[in-house]
Every structure is written in structure tokens, then in C-alpha cells.
Design a binder for this molecule. Sequence first.
Ligand code: NAP
Length: 244
Amino acid sequence: MKRALLLGGTGDALIIARGMTKPHIYSIAGLARVPTDLACDVRVGGFGGVPGLIDYMSANEIALVVDATHPYAAQMSRHAREACTRADVPLWAVRRPAWQPQPGDDWREAADWNGIVERIARFHRPLFTLGREPLAHLSEIPASQRWTVRCLDPHEGNARADIVDARGPFDIAGERALFDSARIDVVVSKNSGGKATEAKLTVARERGLPVVMLARPALPPADREFDDPASARDALLAYDFNLQ
Ligand code: NAP
């Protein structure tokens, strides 16, 4: 039977994967926890760029690719678009809507790491919720700042940086406690959208703190796009692979 290949590594993708059975395949890069409770096949690790993905799709009779990667995992999304176009395989995508500023929000967009550094220059206690990127800059922290960096994996901090390893979902009470204990005065975030990591924005709003928001990367169009994973899962369950 022809198969669906689900590209994941996100909570949204897991919602789809939990509706899938063999021989359909759930693929993750391998940075996060590998799920062990799925009824579908699970594969871990990169494909080796677009050529590797095309080879993988051909060897595994992939008749549909569903891109449910994180909105900032732009390389994987671009590779999926290119590979599907070249292999003439339909591509669906879950494109999680971005968070929108609410009354009382003070958001400042940054295009890249240098833009972030500029925008936090006059603050002292930033909370980074960007994943691992700030870890590469721990030796560059100005004397006026102490960073709190939240990411998935444990990592050593230093005299000016505390690393908090934690994975969402995060609730408002927990975020208030973190903001208090680390005396946060600015938040640095991706505009991930969704509920799981939204509480930090609520706490920033209630305290009048600015949020430096890393701009979303441009993503390629898919043949069919879904706002939410449940709709993608339902469409996948209704998809007739025998017709492909
Ligand atoms: P990326 O920059 O778009 O991708 C880097 C490379 O990782 C890709 O070229 C591909 O390697 C491999 N890869 C990515 N997703 C894969 C998947 N689902 N299955 C197999 N290989 C995959 O992605 P990233 O930002 O490093 O994110 C890596 C993973 O973490 C993604 O699955 C993403 O959904 C998840 N994630 C990312 C973020 C974020 O903020 N970026 C947040 C939460 C979760 P090859 O070129 O060798 O095929």
C-alpha cells in the first residue's frame, strides 16, 4: 500500500500521528523525544537534503507528504516542497496561525539574532524562548545583562546565564513564577502560535513587559493547507491511497 509521510517534531504533528497506523510513517529530525506509543511507523533523522528525501519517498512508496513541522523549521518545509514538486507527490501542510498582538502588548519585531541583540540592549534580564540559538552566544553577554535561556535540553550556564531545560505546555502560574524568580524585564520569542507556549505572552502583557518577536520565515505554499492539526488528521484519515 502507498504511504503517507508525516514530517513532524511538534505537538501538532503528534495529534496527526496519533490518528495514523502502519504503513504510514511519522518522521522526526531526532532533536526531541522519540514517541514510543504510536501505531504508525516512526523514523528518526534527516533525509540528506532534497535528493535524499526524493530517494526516500521513492523507496517507501510515499504517495502523500504532510508537513507539520514547526513554523520556524523552514528548511525542512522548503525541502519538502521541492522534493514533492520534483517527484510529483502532493504536499499538505499544517500552517499554524501566528499569534496576534492584543491590546496592551508591546511587541518589537526582530529579523535575526543581531536584531534581537539590538532590541534587548537596554534591558537587563531577558528571557529567551527561542530554542538553542542563544546557547551559541553565552560568551557574548554584556556585563549589564543576566540571561535566562529556556530550551529543551540541559546545557551548562555561566556567571551571566541560567539555562532552564523545560518543555511545554507552560501555564500562567508557572510563567509568573519564572518571571518573578528570574526578574525578567523583556521576553524574546518566536511567533510560534498555538496554546502550548502562549502563557509567557499573557504574563508579559499583564506586567507591561516588551516582547522581542523573531520574524517568521517565509514558507512555501502547499497543495492543501490546514490551520489546525485535527483538520489535517481528519483529511488524512479520509484520503484514499488506493486512488493514488
Ligand atoms: P530545519 O532547520 O527546517 O531542518 C534542518 C534539517 O533537519 C532538515 O534539512 C532535515 O535534514 C532535518 N529535519 C527537520 N525536520 C525533520 C523531520 N520532521 N524529519 C526528518 N528530518 C527533519 O528544522 P529545525 O528548525 O532544525 O527543526 C528541527 C525539528 O525540530 C523539526 O522537525 C521541527 O518541526 C522541530 N521543531 C523546531 C522548532 C524550531 O523552533 N525551529 C521548534 C519546535 C520543534 P535533511 O536536510 O538531512 O533532510
